[in-house]
Ligand binder design. Structure first.
Ligand SMILES: O=P(O)(O)OC[C@H]1O[C@H](O[C@H]2O[C@H](CO)[C@@H](O)[C@H](O)[C@H]2O)[C@H](O)[C@@H](O)[C@@H]1O
Length: 281
């Protein structure tokens, strides 16, 4: 028998206590994750952001022991289910996938998504954007991702993403406002989405539904900061909370607040495996 991989130790007392609570009683614990940059490596083409190969095997090992495994993503829920190959996996029959920052919920049992109607501003900006980007002089490589309930403008494939971000951020933020939407910045992307929902509210709602005694949330990007706020808020209500960061050089704001920093999606997959090893031991 091989010895279990060692679990890393969180750097804060609250994080350490939460990881201990999770290991001691996974049946009362929830593990929640962002998708891009956490479960899937960042790539140029958002359509090809498949989950890290270690994620699905680790999820299959962990899910039967846990009260809930959940994904809270800015993506459409069904797209994440496809990119992660999570559908039809028997151990993941209870997987919760919340898409569009909480607007959508995918039901693993039926494969159906519930969501409110699409905000009218989304269609308006979708139509206006190609012309506006031309007029603003958006550089080659600027790419519009039509997400159905939101529109994202990516600059990762431009020659100078920082300059493209500088050129576009205020203009896109103003455009969002004019159409009753909000601008959500991310890793070389600015998303125009309906307001009123964020990952903090989405995680709070999940925690209310699931009722865990301990939870961990793993994120990597600015849109995950509200989920960290929720973890901290839930701690004040007696729920042990672990803030995990999938580290990158692109965004450092989460690492500054995290209890545990892992080395990107490979580090997250290794952590999940070590957690499964620890529970098996
Ligand atoms: O909430 P998430 O699951 O983290 O989604 C946030 C955004 O992720 C995607 O963009 C990011 O990943 C792409 C693929 O690796 C990458 O090309 C891009 O630069 C990143 O920002 C997605 O395309 C966006 O719609 C999501 O809002």
């Amino acid at each position: 028998m091989t010895s279990p991989d060692t679990l890393p130790t969180p750097t804060t007392p609250e994080g350490e206590a939460a990881l201990r609570a999770i290991v001691e009683d996974p049946g009362q614990s929830m593990l929640a994750f962002d998708f891009d940059g956490v479960l899937s490596p960042i790539v140029d083409d958002p359509e090809r952001a498949f989950a890290h190969p270690g994620v699905l095997p680790a999820f299959r090992r962990l899910a039967p022991s846990f009260r809930a495994l959940a994904i809270v993503t800015g993506r459409p829920a069904e797209l994440v289910v496809r990119l992660g190959e999570f559908a039809g996996v028997s151990e993941l029959a209870g997987l919760l996938v919340v898409g569009h920052y909480g607007e959508e919920r995918w039901d693993a049992r039926t494969g159906e998504v519930t969501a409110p109607p699409v905000a009218p501003g989304v269609e308006e900006v979708r139509r206006a954007l190609p012309d506006l980007l031309r007029r603003w002089g958006a550089p080659d490589g600027t790419r519009v991702e039509d997400k159905g309930r939101a529109v994202a403008v990516h600059v990762r494939q431009t020659a100078d993403p920082a300059a493209a971000t500088e050129l576009l951020t205020d203009r896109l933020t103003e455009l969002a406002r004019a159409h009753d939407l909000e601008a959500q910045p991310g890793r070389m992307v600015l998303e125009l989405k309906p307001g009123g929902m964020d990952k903090g509210a989405a995680l709070r709602r999940l925690a209310e539904d699931v009722g865990p005694r301990a939870l961990a949330y793993t994120g990597d990007d600015l849109g995950d900061l509200p989920a960290y706020d929720t973890v901290e808020e839930l701690r004040t209500q007696g729920i042990a909370g672990l803030k995990v960061c999938s580290g990158s050089t692109e965004v450092t704001a989460l690492a500054d607040r995290a209890d545990l920093v892992l080395d990107g999606p490979p580090g997250v997959a290794a952590f999940l495996d070590a957690l499964a090893d620890t529970l098996d031991a």
